[in-house]
Ligand binder design. Structure first.
Ligand code: SF4
Length: 239
């Protein structure tokens, strides 16, 4: 697929709305950029109408289009980033940690907006996140990656309720609770972190795996079906 065609199908929302919006461009210029780049702007009046419409959809007053990013809050900036992505009416939106740079209260607003927009525009999100609470809230399907490989993949509910790969289990165990007296969770991963450029032999997770056996050090596991998910592990289980 040519670059222009890809841009019409997939649009990104980046992690940090403080650096992903050009500070020298007005909100109007930023939001309308994908249409102008694709030669789909139409006349000036038509373009302004499209920008106003998408700003209202993401909860921004159209009058803000004359402002610059530094005049907006973090949440407003991320709404601008979402508007910029959606003005192309894409099928897929690549969301790269879209809430991690925001305050917790604003995070919830942006997540709920993304959920509403998904339903309204029949969107598919490819949502990248380290925050498992966010993933559980938004995802229907989850792929867990370790050193650049998908080690477990399946429906979100299956994965959260019955993790099969030891790394998925450790990630779920590492979630902090609101009880300060419980301290940091013990996930038994050790302190060793392998070099991604020169990953360990066999299963790349083996130096950190509490269930590692001799075979794991020599032989890389192949994906296998386990409880409706794909799991890369010699000894998967409901761990
Ligand atoms: S293959 Fe072995 S080392 Fe790798 S995750 Fe499974 S049990 Fe652990």
């Amino acid at each position: 697929m040519a670059h222009k065609e890809i841009a019409r199908v997939i649009q990104p929302v980046f992690q940090d709305p403080y650096s992903s919006l050009n500070p020298r461009k007005s909100i109007f210029k930023i939001i309308s950029l994908p249409l102008r780049a694709q030669g789909l702007a139409g006349g000036n009046g038509r373009l302004e109408q499209k920008v106003d419409q998408i700003m209202e959809i993401v909860g921004l007053p159209p009058r803000l289009k004359h402002n610059y990013p530094n005049q907006l809050s973090g949440g407003q900036r991320q709404r601008v980033a979402v508007a910029r992505a959606l003005i192309m009416r894409p099928e897929v939106v690549l969301c790269d940690e879209p809430t991690s740079a925001l305050d917790v209260s604003v995070q919830a607003q942006i997540l709920n907006m993304l959920l509403d927009l998904r339903a309204e525009f029949n969107l598919t999100y490819l949502f990248i996140s380290h925050d498992l609470a966010v993933v559980e809230h938004i995802a229907t399907h989850v792929a867990v990656m370790y050193l650049g490989r998908i080690v477990e993949e399946g429906r979100a509910r299956d994965l959260f309720e019955h993790p099969s790969h030891p790394y998925t289990r450790a990630l779920l165990d590492s979630v902090l609770t609101p009880e300060p007296q419980l301290g940091l969770p013990e996930v038994r991963l050790g302190i060793e972190y392998p070099n991604p450029i020169d990953p360990p032999s066999g299963c790349a997770f083996h130096p950190r795996c509490a269930r590692c056996q001799a075979r794991c050090r020599k032989e890389a596991p192949q994906p296998k079906v386990r409880a409706g998910k794909l799991v890369e592990c010699h000894y998967p289980g409901d761990c």
